[in-house]
Design a binder for this molecule. Structure first.
Ligand code: LMR
Length: 336
């Protein structure tokens, strides 16, 4: 027979029967951590979360069970962060722009066009003080940053050939919510539309939008390439995620759970950042094999035309994300 709290009597308070991490002391079985994300398992983020699950369960000797919810099966874009704050889910890895609605607008600065020159430079900048600076902005919102996960540079998919900025004139371009992305597309004469990731395929198929920006691994696994004939390798902006936990939850884990989870997370961070580049190269090769698309690879001279056209976004962004973070990023990316 199971005892209710009341049956334990008044000598032992309910609080004493609740462990630091919120489970009733008499609860049987492992601590369940829900990790929600919006992409497919077969992407850098999907694989990273599965890697964390495997390591976390191994290192805690089964005291923790990690449930992965891929492809928006638990929460869609906007709902995710609210669910984390409410404690309905314990771990997330949203694209960094998605923290702006919380008030951590500095994260949107990472969407500035042509900010990073290379994968190596991106990794160095986010792995250093800039990453710490950004995570400090989240802590005040009850969210603890545990790492950044790379997903590489954006491409443009469209229902027509997009090579020069004027090709985007009047096109409805799906964006995920970043106001900075909204601006840089507006500078090219496009009409940005915010849509949840889970709604993009259908919106492209039915013509609600004409174009979008994403990475090869997302374009492949969400099948956007089936409903967008043209793919432009523009590398105009970068997509990265912040792996985050509910601070109350993460901070109150007992040491015998916290230490192995920290170790699992550190290793999952390295793993994910180690595979992201190749995953995207492979995804692009796979799409090319289908023969469904026309690819437009912009050379440096063509990219410069885009860069110049999007450049006014930097001045605009000062009033949105603050000059401080833009200065920090420009300094960090000035060399290399
Ligand atoms: C998007 O909405 O396009 C991306 O943020 C999805 C993702 O998480 O990769």
């Amino acid at each position: 027979m199971k005892l209710s709290r009341r049956q334990f009597g008044s000598a032992i308070s309910a609080a004493a029967l609740t462990t630091a991490y919120g489970r009733p002391g008499w609860a049987q079985g492992p601590l369940v951590i829900k990790f929600s994300h919006v992409v497919a398992n077969d992407t850098p983020k999907g694989k990273g979360s599965l890697q964390f699950k495997e390591l976390a369960e191994k290192y805690t000797g089964g005291k923790v069970k990690v449930e992965i919810y891929q492809n928006s099966t638990l929460y869609k874009d906007k709902e995710e962060i609210e669910a984390l704050q409410l404690g309905a889910v314990q771990l997330l890895a949203p694209s960094t722009a998605k923290f702006a609605p919380l008030g951590a607008k500095e994260f949107e600065a990472l969407d500035l066009p042509f900010l990073f020159n290379s994968d190596e430079q991106y990794a160095k900048v986010l792995g250093g003080d800039v990453g710490k600076y950004l995570f400090a902005k989240l802590e005040a919102k009850g969210i603890t940053g545990l790492g950044f996960w790379d997903n590489g540079f954006h491409m443009i998919t469209a229902n027509k050939a997009v090579v020069v900025p004027a090709d985007l004139q009047g096109l409805k371009v799906r964006i995920s919510g970043s106001k900075v992305a909204d601006q840089y597309f507006r500078k090219l004469g496009a009409i940005p539309q915010i849509l949840a990731f889970s709604e993009v395929y259908q919106s492209m198929q039915t013509g609600v939008v004409d174009a979008g920006e994403n990475t090869a691994s997302n374009i492949l696994t969400q099948k956007f390439y089936e409903v967008q004939k043209h793919i432009t390798i523009a590398r105009h902006a970068h997509l990265q995620y912040a792996v985050v936990a509910n601070s109350k939850f993460w901070g109150s884990l007992p040491p015998d759970i916290k230490a192995p989870l920290d170790k699992a997370m550190t290793e999952a961070n390295d793993y994910t950042n180690g595979i992201a580049r190749q995953e995207n190269i492979d995804a692009l090769a796979e799409m090319k094999k289908t023969g469904k698309n026309e690819f437009h690879v912009l050379d440096e001279a063509q990219r410069k035309v885009w860069r110049d056209a999007m450049a006014p976004t930097y001045t605009w962004a000062e009033s949105r994300v603050g000059k401080e973070v833009i200065d920090i990023l420009q300094k960090a990316t000035a060399s290399g």
